[in-house]
Design a protein around this ligand. Sequence first.
Ligand SMILES: NC(=O)c1ccc[n+]([C@@H]2O[C@H](COP(=O)([O-])OP(=O)(O)OC[C@H]3O[C@@H](n4cnc5c(N)ncnc54)[C@H](OP(=O)(O)O)[C@@H]3O)[C@@H](O)[C@H]2O)c1
Length: 244
Amino acid sequence: MHTAVVGGGLSGRAIQHALTRRGGTAELFSRSTGFDVLRDDAARRLGHAEVIVEATGRFIIGRRSAMDFFTRSTRAIATAARASGARHILLSIVNCDLPEVQGYGYFAAKAAQERVARQESENLTVVRSTQWFEFAGQNVDRMRFGPFAFVPTMTIKPVALDAVADVIAECATRDRSGATQEVAGPEVTTLWELTKQLPDKRVTPVPLSIPTRYGRAFRSGVLIPADQVEMVGPAYSAWLPTLG
Ligand SMILES: NC(=O)c1ccc[n+]([C@@H]2O[C@H](COP(=O)([O-])OP(=O)(O)OC[C@H]3O[C@@H](n4cnc5c(N)ncnc54)[C@H](OP(=O)(O)O)[C@@H]3O)[C@@H](O)[C@H]2O)c1
């Protein structure tokens, strides 16, 4: 089975590995491989794939730019999938559609992306995960100012990205079925706790209490999934040594 993985970032590579471990082939498509989902002919470039995994991302907080990016990405992929008959798997975030977090442009855009995908894709699976363990490092890179990095105070139930990639691969190979899959890691913690334990001590983390409705919601646990959401992957303490 051949899969096109659009978005060759952290998740794109993990998904590619999970698919190839199962004997499939997976090709990464992003601007660095010569494919811009907002400009190029997705139907022509992705038309040979049986499954298209949409794992594009851009760290944009501004509502309008985030909406523009995520909804246009999904429209292009839905159109390509309809044209070729491919299945469309969209990577999204648990609870991104809750009213309390719609003030955060990135989450409002992910919720809009899910709506557009459901309207426009004929054969769609939405895989929603909680924040990845890797998000602690991503946040440090994105929120770094000189020797400091701001860490938004949020209570989360994070998960290992490889475990999420396995779930996506199982959807691709039809070992899982269902229009929506939601997964989380085994423990409730905070982004601060994850960040403090990162082995790279070159940056000093500084807690950031976001003074908005969504900031308060992050702190009080709005991102923690419902009890019935499936738990996958190891605990953070078991995963950390794999960072090397
Ligand atoms: N981080 C988390 O904890 C988490 C949890 C759940 C879900 N998610 C979701 O997972 C998705 C992927 O996140 P990620 O952290 O893997 O993102 P990432 O590391 O930032 O990678 C996203 C990739 O998208 C590609 N991209 C950006 N603009 C593009 C364009 N116009 N055309 C084609 N490719 C483009 C980029 O590659 P190029 O620069 O080469 O184009 C980039 O490598 C996001 O939608 C995110 O919301 C993240």
